[in-house]
Ligand binder design. Structure first.
Ligand code: F6R
Length: 614
């Protein structure tokens, strides 16, 4: 949930580290820090608050000779887990000698034991973090100038997850990088090396990267990368090409990453579906699943495991697998799944849905499913992510980097891919070719439908202005629009801090209706999809309690004009694809409400992209 950057090369490291760190700020933003070699020792600067504050302090507190002269360094942006976001708890941390600095993502589970042992040996600690303990451990193992073996020994001693970059004053021209369960990417430039926990910090410098495997340790200099296992055995890792260009990690003229990503959806969906539809055969081609038709036909049950927005996509997917593939489908909150002793069989396909591919609970659910002998597959956006690797088969979204903390394009691309999977599975089972052709056409029309919702941006912004001062709101939907209502409510609460609850429309009168009053609006998804007629009744129930209703309707549907205080129009679509335009409309509504409230949309309070802790 934090961000790491490291650099070795001919350019002044501090400025490069700060600007690269800013590209990772979406991963965590409560404190930041930097360490560079300085006259035979190390200069370390840490600051609570945003990376901007750290950058200002580097410029004002570090002498020009240090700012211009340092040719290597490590930096970190933090999302607090162990200890509040203070200067002392910010990374980099130093070892007892002050000559080794380390930045860390992940959690060291046995840190309390290690800390006690080291304290008994005379170590003193400046912070409450597990990361500082890890750095002291590296320092404890550091002998005869061999930092690599010290990091390997510390890795063997420390339990838990880690992505680290280590800098030592004795070797100012090299970094040691290691990974276990927390990603690290090494970018290979022209006579320079940039390492980061996330490709977003690397794309501006190079598109040639090495993804470390778990328990890999690497020694990097400006011109070389040498990878070893934690047992210090050399291994070779291939150099891959980053799919993204540097523009993908920029705002490109939009006020926020979130808005940019909302507007990217026509292209993102196009990229997700490109080359994967076979209209002639009425099916989808998803080579990464590596499943023969016979294997697909033999699946007995789909179990989707995911968290947050990805779980909402899974809830839409459940309808699709049941409808198109005649396949029983369950969706499980990943943390619940992993701790519940789930019953699985070798005929179950467990599909992990995760934008980042790093969510701790989803990863643990994958491991549990593997242990129990189920077939596993991943649906991830980030190439080379841990879940993508551990599942070994699956489908990438190809949605491009999602930087906004509130997930938008990942959701619509996840639903698009689930639709293609359900189509493919259906065609291996009972779905007719004609129906398959129809669905292919509906999927192919999605980018255009997404673009048409975006044309409603101004209209939706006007409606949002009427609701920017509310404190509570309910979102209701039926069928596939029920998960879309959950997702719409999640978007609004995470970026505007308005209390928004998503409910199945039928559930309203089983309790929540007690909350309705004139200051509590209800956003009702009343599109031309199954359940619409029942939704008419639900809207009347809300009106009878004097709640203003915002109705989301298909195309030119006028039936709700008199019932609703406001109407949001989305293009009419076949029922199976309709969740996508509606989700986009709700993203825009949430965005404009948050903008009008002056909220920090790309960095909502308490949140971070990619939840790598339980
Ligand atoms: C909400 C949001 C989160 C994520 C959740 C899972 O906007 O982004 O709810 O969807 O943390 O993340 P991934 O998909 O990376 O596993």
């Amino acid at each position: 949930m934090c961000g790491i950057v490291g650099y070795v090369g001919p350019r002044p490291a501090p400025e490069l580290l700060i600007s690269s760190l800013q590209r990772l700020e979406y991963r965590g933003y409560d404190s930041a820090g930097i360490a560079v070699p300085d006259g035979g020792g190390l200069a370390v600067l840490k600051s609570p608050g945003k990376v901007r504050t750290l950058g200002d302090r580097v410029r004002s507190e570090w002498a020009p000779a240090l700012r211009e002269g340092a040719r290597a360094g490590i930096a970190h942006t933090r999302w607090a887990t162990h200890g509040p976001p203070t200067q002392a708890n910010a990374h980099p941390h130093c070892d007892q000698s002050g000559r080794i600095a380390l930045v860390h993502n992940g959690i060291i589970e046995n840190y309390a034991d290690i800390r006690r042992q080291l304290e008994a040996q005379g170590h003193t600690f400046a912070s409450q973090t597990d990361s500082e303990v890890l750095c002291h451990l590296v320092g404890e193992y550091y002998r005869d100038g061999d930092l690599l073996q010290a990091v390997c020994a510390a890795m063997r001693h420390a339990e838990g997850t880690l992505g680290i970059a280590v800098l030592c004053a004795d070797r100012p021209d090299q970094l040691i990088i290691a990974r276990r369960g927390s990603p690290i990417v090494i970018g290979i430039g022209d006579d320079e090396t940039v390492v980061a926990s996330d490709a977003a910090a690397i794309v501006a410098h190079t598109n040639r990267v090495i993804y470390l495997n778990d328990d890999d340790v690497a020694v990097v200099t400006a011109g070389s990368v040498e990878v070893r296992t934690a047992q210090n055995v050399p291994v070779s890792r291939e150099v891959a090409k980053l799919e993204w260009d540097s523009e993908a990690a920029e705002k490109g003229g939009f006020a926020h990453f979130m808005l940019k990503e909302i507007f990217e959806q026509p292209d993102a969906i196009r990229n997700s579906t490109r080359g994967r539809l076979d209209e002639g055969a009425g099916t989808a081609k998803l080579g990464g699943l590596a499943m023969a038709p016979r294997e697909i036909a033999e699946i007995g049950r789909m179990v989707m495991v995911a968290c947050g927005t990805s779980m909402h996509a899974g809830l839409v997917g459940r309808f699709l697998f049941e409808d198109l593939a005649d396949l029983p489908a369950d969706v499980e909150q990943a943390a619940e799944f992993r701790y519940r002793n789930p019953i699985l069989s070798p005929r179950d396909l467990v599909l992990a849905i995760s934008q980042s591919g790093e969510t701790a609970d989803t990863l643990a659910a994958v491991r549990e499913a593997k242990q129990k002998g189920a077939v596993i597959a991943g649906l991830c956006n980030v190439v080379g992510s841990t879940i993508a690797r551990e599942t070994g088969r699956g489908v990438y979204l190809h949605a491009g980097p999602e930087i906004g903390v509130a997930s938008t394009k990942a959701f619509t691309c996840q639903v698009s891919v689930l639709l293609m999977m359900a189509l493919k599975f259906g065609r291996c089972r009972r779905l007719s070719r004609d129906r398959g052709v129809e669905i292919c056409r509906a999927i192919a029309a999605l980018p255009d439908a997404a673009a048409r919702v975006l044309e409603q941006n101004d209209a939706i912004a006007k409606i949002a202005a009427k609701y920017a001062a509310i404190r509570d709101i309910f979102y209701i939907g039926r069928g596939t629009m029920y998960p879309v209502a959950l997702e719409g409510a999640l978007k609004l609460k995470e970026i505007s801090y308005i209390h928004a609850e998503g409910y199945h429309a039928a559930e309203l009168k089983h309790g929540p209706i007690a909350m309705l009053e004139p200051v509590v609006p209800v956003l009702a998804i009343a599109t031309d999809t199954p359940g619409r007629e029942k939704m008419v009744g639900n809207i009347q129930e809300c009106r009878a309690r004097h709640s203003p209703v915002i109705a989301v309707v298909s195309g030119d549907d006028r039936q709700f004009d008199d019932m609703a205080a406001d109407v949001i129009r989305v293009p009419a679509c076949p029922a199976l694809t309709a969740p996508i335009p509606v989700a986009i409309a709700l993203q825009l509504f949430a965005y404009h409400v948050a903008r009008l409230k002056g909220c920090e949309i790309d960095q909502p309070r308490n949140l971070a992209k990619s939840v790598t802790v339980e």
